[in-house]
Design a protein. Structure first.
Lengths: 335, 317
């Protein structure tokens, strides 16, 4: 499926003559990445997800310019106004403009989910790398810790941790990160173990490279891309966990305009003023959906195996569209 | 097989001890002084220093941490999980009172998820890349993206307020169970539908399926008798995972529907910083899931004997 010159370049990553040197970084193969990108750009639903996320980021960045009112300033005389001309999406119980809160809430939601994903990736990669590379007692200890953390449903544990630390968006992030890094660490450990027996790592070790060099220069570049992809796949689920905890009153505290917190505050009004519940709920659902669409597309694009599989299944009826992988969310952790 | 069983059991005990350390440690993670908090709450005023010291002694918080841990664990093993800081009720009793409601809710949601998710996944695989498949995949993606708490309120608005079909809040007859169980089931159901579809499509590519088709067996029979059966093995992992989801999200769903279960009690305990309750809750969850994973592993080895001699595997729980 790749163009011939790409296939050739993936066979010979030494085109510039440097990659033959054992201490250079592990060869980065361009062909599959570019092919995956092309597949991704041809996937309509992934593009819809990407587009939605771009819009959300724009809304978040330009929230101060776009928002008609302050997100926290109350207008008591206009409390609980339904959607209308003055307030496009209505006002909440204190007369704060719902649209402005929604826009500023995008900042908090996107920032917190990005921060959580980054922290999880960093922690998971570091611990997984150490565990897989050094093995022995360190590995055993880390694996037992992971076993223990995996033994309790993640949302339950995150709730307990955030609850113990006291309500704030910081506690929620700590709770979520403390629980979620484990699956990444386990994944990275597995990849490191299989990389250790690869010729490029063995030759590096044989040539006397120090462990730090082997870990960071040889193994790390091969481990990071799949993990970053996994982190992207899971950002939707992460946002669900964060907003669930916020909804329970553990996250951002009023008057901060966080979507989950907004839903929590709308609870007393949900029968009399349902729009207060619908607006932030739609925002959360759309964002999670966008993350999941993009994630699914990303996984399909990275797994060309799917094409073969499907033509074998339905040889009599070749799919008109480019076949997609029989998708499922990644085997995400419980809770 | 016996060696395997012994190794598995030893592993479960190690993990359980780890969970107990985690649960105990969580209570010590909290900022502030629990003794002071308890006094401030029960007396409604700022306690004096002498009272705080006495309360700390009464709660056993002035003893060295290892001693506290051992006595807590010793009590837990005998079924004494301490007393709640807020209600003064023994924690074990509070859990025993609320757990059945949660089991009822999670159990119904599990049945719903299997009863709806599995056929949907089967249908999607049978009509792969045609419109029923597209529709089911879209629905499943939506179901996996909608927050349970929000879905709960939407369902209440739709089926309890606008069309008064089901009661909105609280426990009661079977009709009270419909909305919360469905709310809780949706995420799980969507995951199961996607997993079933993926597993089936993978199996349908196997050689023995081609053989079955070549023998002239009908497509339906091939799908159900030959493909579904071997696809059920990866779905076992889902079972363990699924109870993790269900217990996790029951916390949220119960607080939407004012369902008097363990999840709702946990939210109240978190808000009141009731450490003994939370510690017991984490320990209980860890115990439940350690046993569940053990059960799943043993089922695996029963289904697939090769595993008995291979690596230990753990289902995420």
């Amino acid at each position: 499926m790749d163009r011939p010159e790409e296939a050739a370049s993936s066979l010979a990553p030494t085109a510039d003559g440097t990659a033959t040197m054992p201490f250079k970084r592990a060869p980065v193969v361009r062909g599959p990445v570019r092919g995956a990108l092309r597949r991704l750009l041809r996937d309509r639903s992934a593009l819809v997800g990407l587009g939605t996320l771009v819009l959300l980021v724009v809304a978040a960045v330009f929230a101060p310019a776009l928002a008609p009112y302050s997100p926290t300033e109350p207008h008591y005389e206009d409390a609980l106004r339904g959607p209308g001309r003055d307030y496009l999406l209505g006002t909440d119980g204190l007369g704060r403009d719902e649209l402005s809160r929604l826009l500023f809430g995008a900042r908090i939601s996107l920032a917190s989910v990005t921060m959580a994903a980054a922290a999880i990736t960093l922690l998971g990669v570091t611990i997984g790398l150490l565990s897989g590379y050094y093995g022995g007692i360190l590995d055993g200890a880390i694996q037992r810790v992971i076993d223990v953390l995996l033994a309790v449903p993640s949302l339950v544990l995150a709730l307990a941790i955030a609850g113990m630390l006291g309500p704030s968006i910081r506690s929620v992030l700590i709770g979520v990160v403390a629980v979620q890094w484990v699956s990444y660490a386990r994944l990275v450990r597995g990849m490191v173990l299989s990389a250790r027996s690869q010729p490029y790592v063995e030759s590096s070790i044989a040539l006397g490279a120090r462990s730090r060099r082997v870990m960071f220069n040889d193994i790390l570049p091969n481990v990071v891309p799949p993990v970053v992809v996994l982190a992207t796949l899971e950002m939707g689920g992460l946002l669900l966990s964060i907003s669930s905890l916020s909804f329970l009153g553990l996250g951002a505290q009023p008057p901060t305009p966080e979507w989950g917190t907004m839903l929590n505050q709308a609870r007393p009004f949900f029968q009399s003023h349902p729009y207060l519940m619908i607006v932030p709920g739609v925002a959360i659902t759309l964002t999670v959906l966008a993350f999941n669409l993009l994630g699914d597309g990303l996984r399909d694009a990275l797994d060309p195996r799917a094409g073969r599989l499907v033509t074998r299944v339905r040889a009599d009826r070749p799919p008109r569209r480019r076949p997609r992988q029989p998708g499922g969310l990644p085997a995400r952790r419980a809770g | 097989m016996l060696t395997y069983l012994v190794r598995r059991l030893a592993y479960v005990v190690v993990v359980w001890l780890g969970v107990s350390l985690l649960a105990f440690g969580l209570g010590r993670l909290a900022p502030g002084d629990p003794a002071r908090d308890v006094l401030a709450r029960t007396t409604g005023r700022q306690p004096t220093e002498r009272e705080v010291v006495a309360e700390r002694h009464r709660l056993g918080l002035d003893r060295p941490l290892p001693v506290q841990y051992m006595s807590w664990l010793g009590g837990a093993v005998r079924g004494d999980l301490g007393t709640s800081y807020t209600t003064g009720e023994p924690v074990g009793q509070a859990i025993a009172r609320t757990l059945p409601a949660t089991l009822q809710l999670a159990g119904s949601a599990f049945v719903l998820a299997v009863a709806i998710g599995l056929p949907l996944g089967l249908l999607a695989a049978a009509y792969a890349w045609r419109w029923p498949d597209h529709l089911i995949r879209a629905l499943a993606l939506f179901g996996a993206s909608i927050p349970a708490f929000w879905l709960g309120y939407l369902l209440i608005l739709a089926f309890a307020v606008t069309v008064q079909l089901f009661p909105a809040f609280g426990p009661g007859g079977p009709s009270h169970l419909v909305l919360p169980a469905f709310t809780l089931a949706v995420f799980d159901l969507a995951m199961l539908a996607r997993l079933t579809r993926a597993a089936l499509l993978e199996t349908l590519g196997e050689d023995y399926i081609r053989t079955a088709r070549a023998k002239g067996i009908s497509e339906r029979r091939t799908l159900i008798r030959h493909a579904l059966r071997s696809s059920l093995i990866p779905l076992l992992t889902w079972t363990a995972m699924s109870f993790g989801f269900l217990f996790g999200y029951s916390v949220v769903v119960e607080s939407v529907f004012a369902w008097p279960g363990l999840g709702y009690a946990t939210v109240l305990a978190v808000q009141a910083r009731d450490y003994p309750f939370l510690q017991a809750f984490v320990l209980l969850m860890g115990t439940l899931f350690a046993l569940l994973n053990l059960g799943v592993d043993l089922t695996y080895t029963w289904v697939d004997p090769r595993l008995r001699f291979g690596r230990l595997r753990t289902a995420g729980g």
